[in-house]
Design a protein around this ligand. Structure first.
Ligand code: 6PG
Length: 469
């Protein structure tokens, strides 16, 4: 039996294929398994001349791998993962390692971990971000599970991962489902940032009157400053793409319905469970939902005009600058929400997560990579127990400054009747967070009024109840 391959990949779609080619480029022999012969052929074609081999036969695939076998799955999250694991089990030996590299729900990862542990098989849930290009040239990798299992696969991951500031964008993150949890929150933040950019686009186009060429230039310039990030970069490129099937720009021909596979929704749901507010991620999930209601929106649109007030004349240049500053403020707050959730989850689920490490491995390779993450890494380096980034002195100046631009931008958006649920959620979150006395004393009074739920007082200890009538 030929046992010469260091690494095995199951699922040879574009992500799996690119990941394998990346592994081979870094000096490791890699075998791939897919039931679809065409995908195996595509791998072998692209991998010609490299230490890469593909097959459709599970037993042959297993036979090619060096023990302890390192087998990564890049298959759609859900039942496909369980099916693949089932199909592997009869062929595996104790100590072999299965790595789920998809966007699996973290509770499924916990279940699979326990299931496989009972059979002596090691299991890791690993987030991989960066899309097809990232898989090929260097993704950000978020591994969780048992640290001794990471020792087996760590060198390969460190070789293939992206680099940022001279460090690989991968590190062992923590116990159990830590890797998939971190990837889930990464995607929640991704949803938030994407929605913020969409709302900024709406304001720039429909209030400031920017053309697609001007939008391209604006986002390009922003990507050279404080907003430097992958999502701002691709946004600028999107506006420059001509329609290859007709006249004009492609962006204007794309249907305004955004789909979703669930990771953003899971982030919101789990944040609710843990009692950590992530309103910008909630807003992003909500807007994907409203975008899907196209038929209803089309029925409603003729009945209401967009502008609800006399709109004052716009100073285009000023508004564009303010939108840039507002976006910087909003980006910061969105990361702060996601990181706060990670801080809470790290305790609740005993992940043993270090937030500085998370900020570090997100600086390159992943979809939410951004210059701003270096400041976040620094904030956690200065204060390892920091619960929320808003509490770090590093962000006081940009927040104090950015809030003014945001207030002004939101006024303009509202005068134009443009929806800004995500942008405004960042300001409301900030305004509530920095307020030492919120009006929720009234809510507590109401609870006591109708349900005798009691309340605390500001001037003495204890629980109080009042007969209100
Ligand atoms: C990444 C992306 C990737 C995928 C998202 C898309 O980090 O590379 O997040 O995982 O593109 O899952 O999610 P939706 O289909 O839900 O938008």
């Amino acid at each position: 039996m030929n046992t010469t391959y260091d690494f095995g990949m199951i699922g040879l779609g574009v992500m799996g294929r690119n990941f394998i080619l990346n592994v081979a480029d870094n000096g490791y022999a890699a075998a791939g398994l897919d039931l679809d012969q065409a995908k195996v052929e595509a791998l072998e074609q692209e991998g010609a001349g490299k230490a890469v081999k593909g097959t459709t036969d599970t037993a042959a695939f297993i036979g090619m791998l060096k023990p302890p076998r390192k087998i990564m799955l890049l298959v759609p999250a859900g039942s496909a993962v369980d099916q693949v694991i089932e199909s592997l089990l009869p062929h595996l030996d104790e100590g072999d390692l299965i790595i789920d590299g998809g966007n699996s729900f973290f509770e499924d990862t916990n279940r699979r971990f326990e299931q496989l542990k009972a059979k002596g098989i090691q299991f890791m849930g690993v987030g991989v971000s960066g899309g097809a290009e990232g898989a090929r040239r260097g993704p950000s990798i978020m591994p969780g599970g048992q640290e001794d299992a990471y020792q087996i696969i760590g060198p390969i991951f460190e070789a293939v991962a992206a680099e940022a500031k001279g460090e690989p964008c991968v590190a062992f993150l923590g116990q159990g489902a830590a890797g998939h949890y971190v990837k889930m929150v990464h995607n929640g933040i991704e949803y938030g940032l994407m929605q913020l950019l969409a709302e900024a686009y709406d304001i720039l186009k429909n209030a400031a009157g920017l053309s697609n060429e001007q939008l391209h230039e604006t986002f390009k310039k922003w990507n050279e400053g404080a907003l430097e990030s992958f999502l701002v970069e691709i946004t600028s490129k999107i506006f420059a793409k001509a329609d290859d099937q007709g006249d004009g720009w492609l962006i204007d021909k794309i249907l305004d319905k955004a789909k979703q596979k669930g990771t953003g929704k899971w982030t919101s749901q789990n944040a609710m469970d843990l009692g950590i507010p992530v309103p910008t991620i909630d807003a992003a999930v909500t807007l994907r939902g409203i975008s899907a209601l196209k038929t209803e929106r089309q029925k409603l649109a003729p009945h209401y005009t967009r502008a609800i007030e006399q709109v004052p004349t716009i100073d285009q240049e000023r508004l564009v600058n303010q939108v840039g500053e507002a976006l910087h403020f909003a980006f910061l707050i969105t990361y702060a929400q996601g990181m706060h959730l990670l801080a809470e989850a790290a305790e609740e689920y005993e992940f043993g997560l270090d937030l500085q490490t998370v900020a570090k491995i997100w600086r390159g390779g992943c979809i939410i990579r951004a210059e701003i993450l270096e400041d976040m890494r620094q904030a956690y380096a200065d204060q390892p127990a920091l619960r929320n980034l808003l509490l770090s002195p590093i962000f006081q100046a940009p927040l104090r400054y950015g809030q003014h631009a945001m207030r002004s931008v939101l006024q303009t958006a509202m005068q134009h009747g443009l929806p800004t649920l995500a942008l405004s959620s960042t300001l409301h979150y900030f305004d509530a967070f920095r307020d030492a006395r919120l009006p929720l004393n009234l809510v507590q009074a109401q609870r006591d009024f109708f349900g005798s739920h009691t309340y605390e007082r500001v001037d003495r200890e204890g629980a109080f109840h009042t007969e209100w009538e």
